[in-house]
Design a protein around this ligand. Structure first.
Ligand SMILES: Nc1ncnc2c1ncn2[C@@H]1O[C@H](COP(=O)(O)OP(=O)(O)OP(=O)(O)O)[C@@H](O)[C@H]1O
Length: 462
């Protein structure tokens, strides 16, 4: 049995947690403000504190250091409905071991209480955290990411960040570095895909040119450059097996042996990696070393694709447009609807690029749907691409905008537009029905002679 203090000004939340904790066999006291909670904590021993952020009087995070003095090593769970990266980092910095996002269900609270008493290795935050962080997100999915970034920043464990291309993996890695004790050291990002196969080893581990075999390398290599800071291995799944073997050795021993030398040099690096592929699949298929996979993924952060955090789309669109144009963009209702209904298979990269193009097409800050480029197609497993919903409509809009803006098309826009799309449709129908007019005409809903005439007109008749 443990003693739990719940500080929240919402009686219903206190009651719910109290009932749950009692059913788990714990004792509970509740307080409606930080001040009241501190008075109770000063005279009673507690094993766990559940602390709300928004409270009347002192807010929960500002009160955390005082609670820490009373509670000494007891874990603290911060509860908030207003999580952003900054809140998460401050919570961890001030001694919280986890935070719960409101609204939460009781199963989550139960799991959190149980975890608190297990005291995982990340429970002792050590970071002196810098303020700042340019990552935006108000959806549950991103709040969870912020929480995990904050936890990762407070420790030295290796981190594997997973997610589709363009979801913000590098941004997350930078945030971890920036909020960690290594923030004054270098952040060295290695784009593994871009490493030339022949030079990869030299680029990573350094090399010397000529001279005696134990002289200092002529080039330091990226691992040494990252010493004292963070090494970010972008798309780590693409590292070749021979380099994987050298890398695991370097990380295990905390030293590198530059090419052409036999003298190991000590390193002090924290590794963060990213992958848009499932690393465990690569392990199973023998393309990735299991020991390296373990070494790199002591802690994992999965960033959801943009289409699964639709409530962040407009926030991010406005953010990118302001960054690009230097002022707030004006999205019409149709544009907002269009932004919201797209799948964004290229994630934030696609959103940012689409806005850059839209701003240039619009010539002003007022962005209409036809200013946006066609959506990126989704890659299927066989490498081919399926056109994303509405991309045809978008292409049509773009082409229509071109024709409408061309004075030589005056009075001919409809005809020219049809001339561009009709042949493809007619030809597809003919191909599908092995050049037989009757079934093709039936499927198209045209008279047979009309189909024949149109095919002749476009020079497609057989
Ligand atoms: N939460 C966020 N808030 C604001 N901007 C973000 C956020 N996440 C990412 N970005 C921006 O979105 C773009 C894509 O992010 P990033 O390069 O980190 O993605 P990635 O997953 O590493 O991409 P890739 O798989 O192509 O390497 C960058 O311009 C980055 O600054």
């Amino acid at each position: 049995m443990a003693r739990i203090l719940v500080v929240d000004d919402e009686p219903a939340i206190c009651w719910g947690i109290e009932q749950l904790a009692l059913s788990l066999g714990h004792e509970v006291e509740v307080a409606a403000s930080a001040e009241q909670g501190l008075q109770i904590a000063a005279i009673t021993h507690f094993d766990l504190l559940l602390l709300d952020v928004r409270l009347p009087g002192i807010d929960g995070i500002s009160a955390l250091p005082k609670f820490r003095e009373c509670l000494i090593s007891a874990p603290v769970v911060v509860m908030t409905a207003f999580g952003d990266l900054e809140t998460a980092v401050r919570a961890v910095q001030n001694g919280a071991f986890e935070y719960l996002l409101k609204p939460f269900d009781l199963a989550e609270v139960r799991a959190t209480i149980n975890r608190a008493f297990e005291l995982p290795s990340l429970s002792t935050p050590q970071a002196i955290v810098k303020a700042g962080g340019a990552m935006l997100g108000q959806t549950q999915g991103m709040q969870e990411v912020f929480k995990r970034i904050a936890l990762a920043a407070s420790s030295e464990v290796s981190v594997l960040i997973t997610g589709e291309q363009g979801v913000g993996k590098e941004e997350a890695a930078r945030a971890i570095h920036q909020h960690s004790t290594r923030s004054t050291g270098p952040f060295v990002a290695v784009n593994v895909k871009a490493l030339s196969p022949t030079m990869a080893e030299a680029e990573l581990f350094g090399h010397k040119i000529g001279g005696s075999s134990d002289s200092f390398p002529a080039r330091n290599g990226l691992l040494l450059e990252a010493s004292g800071g963070t090494l970010f291995l972008d798309e780590v799944a693409d590292i070749s097996l021979p380099i994987q073997a050298k890398l695991i050795r370097a990380l295990d021993q905390a030293e590198v042996i530059p090419l052409g030398t036999n003298r190991p040099i000590r390193t002090d690096i924290r590794v963060i990696s990213s992958s848009s592929q499932d690393l465990s699949h690569r392990v199973h298929s023998g393309e990735f070393r299991q020991d390296l996979c373990y070494h790199l993924s002591e802690f994992e952060i999965a960033i959801p694709p943009l289409r699964e955090r639709a409530d962040d789309i407009l926030l991010l669109a406005q953010h990118f447009a302001s960054l690009l144009a230097g002022e707030e963009a004006n999205f019409t209702k149709e544009t907002r609807d269009e932004l919201l209904q797209r799948k964004w298979f290229g994630n934030l990269d696609e959103l940012r690029d689409a806005l850059a193009q839209a701003l240039s097409n619009s010539g002003s800050g007022r962005i209409l749907p036809e200013h946006l480029p066609a959506p990126i197609a989704k890659q299927t497993d066989d490498g081919s691409s399926t056109v994303a919903t509405k991309s045809l409509e978008q292409l049509a809009r773009l082409r229509a905008a071109d024709l409408l803006g061309d004075p030589s098309s005056e009075g001919l826009v409809y005809e020219r537009f049809l001339e561009e799309v009709e042949p493809a449709l007619l030809q597809s129908a003919m191909d599908h029905f092995s050049n037989e007019y009757a079934p093709a005409a039936r499927a198209l809903g045209l008279h047979r002679t009309t189909l024949k005439r149109k095919l002749e007109q476009y020079g497609l008749a057989k």
